[in-house]
Design a protein around this ligand. Structure first.
Ligand code: MG
Length: 167
């Protein structure tokens, strides 16, 4: 279980993701978490800087998809801003949402990387499907109350992973 929480890569911001390395590892698509990964929690607009970076990814030949546990209406509106397909009600860490994301990009899961701010949803779910997982620091400290609880578990997991040299 603990092994499945270990991200393949850890970055401070989206812009630190090494695109060349992803290409070299055969990655052709990226599935992004929404809240606190590409937009601040509860926000409805992707900021111009992130939007520019997402466009840059697409120009580099990467396919994009949004994967969120949030409801369809909100996710659809945000996905429209970057012209990407989306999976709402993804039930992460279930594998099905990530499978659907790969499908939406027309790719097999082993060519898709997952980017997200939570170990227990994004990283666990992506790892369960054998995807390359990238853990990014949350954009803000404002979060859903349920997430705040999971964060405490996450802190514990990080402590254990660091103590055992896995992170
Ligand atoms: Mg998130």
């Amino acid at each position: 279980m603990l092994k499945l929480l270990v991200p393949c890569m850890v970055v401070n911001t989206l812009y630190d993701i090494k695109l060349t390395e992803l290409k070299q590892r055969g990655i052709r698509g990226i599935a992004f978490d929404l809240d606190n990964t590409i937009i601040p929690w509860n926000s409805s607009k992707i900021c111009p800087e992130v939007l520019l970076w997402l466009n840059h990814l697409a120009a580099q030949g990467f396919k994009l998809c949004l994967v969120s546990n949030n409801g369809k209406e909100r996710v659809r509106k945000i996905a429209a801003q970057c012209g990407a397909p989306f999976v709402a009600w993804a039930l992460k860490p279930s594998r099905s949402g990530f499978r659907q994301a790969a499908q939406a990009m027309g790719l097999s899961p082993d060519t898709v990387a997952v980017v997200g701010d939570q170990l227990f949803t994004d990283i666990l779910g992506g790892n369960r499907l054998g995807m390359i997982t990238i853990w990014v620091k949350p954009l803000t400290t404002k979060e859903f109350v349920g997430t705040k609880i999971t964060r405490e578990l996450e802190k514990l997991a990080v402590h254990l992973l660091k103590a055992t040299g896995r992170l």
